[in-house]
Design a protein around this ligand. Sequence first.
Ligand code: FE2
Length: 425
Amino acid sequence: MLDLLIKNATLPDGRTGMSVAVQAGRIVEVTPGLSAPAAETVDAAGQLLTPPFCDPHFHMDATLSYGLPRVNESGTLLEGIAVWGELKPTLTADAMIERALTYCDWAVAKGLLAIRSHVDTSDPSLLPVQAMLEVKRRVTPYIDLQLVAFPQDGVLRAPGGVDNLQRALDLGVDIVGGIPHFERTMGEGAASVKLLCEIAADRGKLVDMHCDETDDPMSRHIETLAFEAQRLGLQGRVNGSHCTSMHSMDNYYVSKLLPLIAESGVSVVANPLINITLQGRHDTYPRRRGMTRVPELMAAGVTVAFGHDCVMDPWYGMGSGDMLEVAHMGLHVAQMTSQQGIRACFDAVTASAAKVMHLQGYGFKPGCDASFVLLQARDPVEAIRLRANRLKVWKKGKLLAQAPAMATQLSLGGRPPRVDFGAPA
Ligand code: FE2
């Protein structure tokens, strides 16, 4: 007997009327119209069943600290870093852990079951590292939490930056991070990329670097990152996050750069909500949008995913862990309004994000983890349009969250008694 049978589901690839059979936490069969005895049978009623949402770029150590000790009034990246710097001396592990656990509760409710979080390694106490390792331990049953050693103040710029980062890796942080555009000079930035990639190669770690999070078209650390990935044999193991300077780069230079990124196997994570908020702040009008060249990178064969980056922290006061909100903003900023473009934006917060994160057992093939989300939407396009309600969230066959279907009662006389915002059949 099966543990769980979900019937009449629509899958992200467009297949309808599908049954998904689950045994011992794994998918054993995906086929149309299966009937089999099961401990629990769920009728998906034609709604979209998707593998979980994945956030490939987040800051769990800073989340839900909005307003502490003050609000970022200018809204710039640099004031955000300054506010975070003011908050850091007052941080306690317990408060950080509690805020992060609360965010993870939100994430589960939104069907977000894999998160890659950067963790600030700048302070020699490594307090955020210790706190996030504890969070990772506690949420392991329900969230795949990956940690990136992130030298927020610059690995070369801040005293002890290299040593602190190495100690974070020794403690069990998974991935090597960096922030080359925040080092003192372009030369130091490039040197930091080389050094950090060598550390990752020596330790057999993945790399995920904040790269060129600036409107300066001459910030070209992505070029060095791609070069080092290739030189060190790290193809497929390196990610460039943000890459917002690419928005402002010269088109001829980009035409050379895109194939170099593709050739190096470097993936790119854009953070639409944050890029549209933080970039262009030094402009008058026209004001740049600041997000990297998402459709062009995709067309060049680069894996591109979307991250949330921030929720209620010194850089961004909005957010709730909803990766459909991220995809919604991404498709607007990138003007990816074709059906194919919208579906690519859905992939950017599901399958493509899982690929960036090297997640194992992700997807709808037999043998994959029985982790999925049932949405109150008929397809990925409607899911993004409505930032659809999460009806049920399962992790390895276990139901973690559920919510009633949403609808609004109407009393208009002669009109339907309720609306759920589904498009007319
Ligand atoms: Fe970030």
